[in-house]
Design a protein. Structure first.
Length: 56
């Protein structure tokens, strides 16, 4: 993990066929993953969904 402009950067490894929700609201207690905390504020901020598709 490294610091840049006050934000942390993390690498997330995905297996093909796997899907992850990445937090954008910065309120998750399981960073960098979304834990549903964004729903408490009602700000309309949603996680980014990332996935790996098998290109076969
Ligand atoms: S907890 Fe931050 S986007 Fe879901």
């Amino acid at each position: 993990m490294s610091q840049q402009k006050g934000h942390s950067k993390e690498e997330v490894m995905l297996q093909c066929g796997e899907k992850k929700a990445i937090c954008r609201c910065l309120k998750s207690k399981n960073m960098p993953f979304c834990d549903g905390s964004h729903r408490e504020e009602g700000e309309g901020i949603m996680p980014i969904i990332v996935f790996c598709e098998d290109s076969k």
